[in-house]
Design a protein around this ligand. Structure first.
Ligand SMILES: [Zn+2]
Ligand SMILES: [Zn+2]
Length: 253
């Protein structure tokens, strides 16, 4: 099963059990099916340039107008009027980590990221990186991590960060804040919700950010990006406790 199919299947499983995130999961599942087709189209090309993603806007806008949130639907209607050049500029700004200087809206970021993720994943698969240095940004594409993954090793679990853009996973020390490099464990509280004992909120009292960790030693069926989405209720809890998420997910939460 490809990693895209695993995400689609996991979203179906979680849809059965976690009604609180049902709307988001349904939309996500359709989006991943679409991203899989983008990935396959990128894989079939010999040259890899973000401009090859421009034609896929049409399919994405149609999907969002059918299944997106009201804000995304409105943004899709507006984007339909944009030229190929505008679309290429949007993709390029996000790809070059210039979203902030372009003052892009959350909705524009969504469209760009939805198309760039499968492109970046394809490129990252060609790149095998192993590092023990715990860099805070993706060693392949320089994006922030979306979440942390705990993988069973020996009696415990080793922590990895998962890139929000290209899906690369890299080793990251367990007692270390990925935002401010705090190393004192007394300032790095871990919260676990009763309903999802395999999902943790790893917070930092020094910089007040948090990252969610999916503990695969406790639930081997989890597919980290999907389970992160299905547990958005934990994000609200963290926000109420004055922790800010290190990197919002594709849906801006
Ligand atoms: Zn990356
Ligand atoms: Zn910190």
């Amino acid at each position: 099963m490809s990693s895209w199919d695993r995400r689609i299947a996991r979203a179906s499983e979680l849809l059965q059990s976690q009604s609180s995130a049902a709307e988001l999961l349904k939309f996500y599942q359709r989006l991943v099916r679409f991203q899989k087709t983008v990935y396959e189209s990128v894989a079939s090309l010999t040259e890899h340039d973000v401009s090859s993603l421009v034609p896929h806007f049409t399919g994405l806008l149609t999907l969002v107008k059918e299944a997106g949130s009201p804000a995304l639907k409105a943004a899709a209607t507006e984007l339909e009027q944009s030229s190929s050049q505008d679309r290429l500029e949007l993709l390029t700004a996000v790809w070059q980590h210039q979203a902030e200087s372009h003052e892009l809206s959350a909705e524009s970021l969504f469209f760009a990221n939805a198309l760039l993720q499968p492109f970046a994943e394809y490129l990252a698969e060609k790149n095998v990186s192993s590092t023990e240095a715990s860099p805070p940004l993706c060693p392949f594409c320089g994006s922030k991590p979306q979440l942390a993954v705990l993988r069973p090793e020996g009696d415990g679990a080793k922590r990895f960060l998962l890139c929000s853009m290209c899906g690369t996973e890299w080793f990251f020390r367990r007692v270390l804040c990925p935002n401010c490099a705090e190393e004192n464990k007394d300032h790095l509280p871990v919260f676990v919700a009763q309903e999802f004992d395999y999902v943790r909120v790893d917070a930092c009292d020094t910089c007040h950010t948090y990252i969610k960790s999916i503990d695969l030693s406790k639930n081997g069926n989890a597919v980290p990006v999907v389970d992160e989405l299905a547990t958005v209720s934990l994000n609200l809890w963290a926000q109420e406790n004055n922790y800010q998420k290190l990197q919002p997910n594709l849906f801006g939460v």
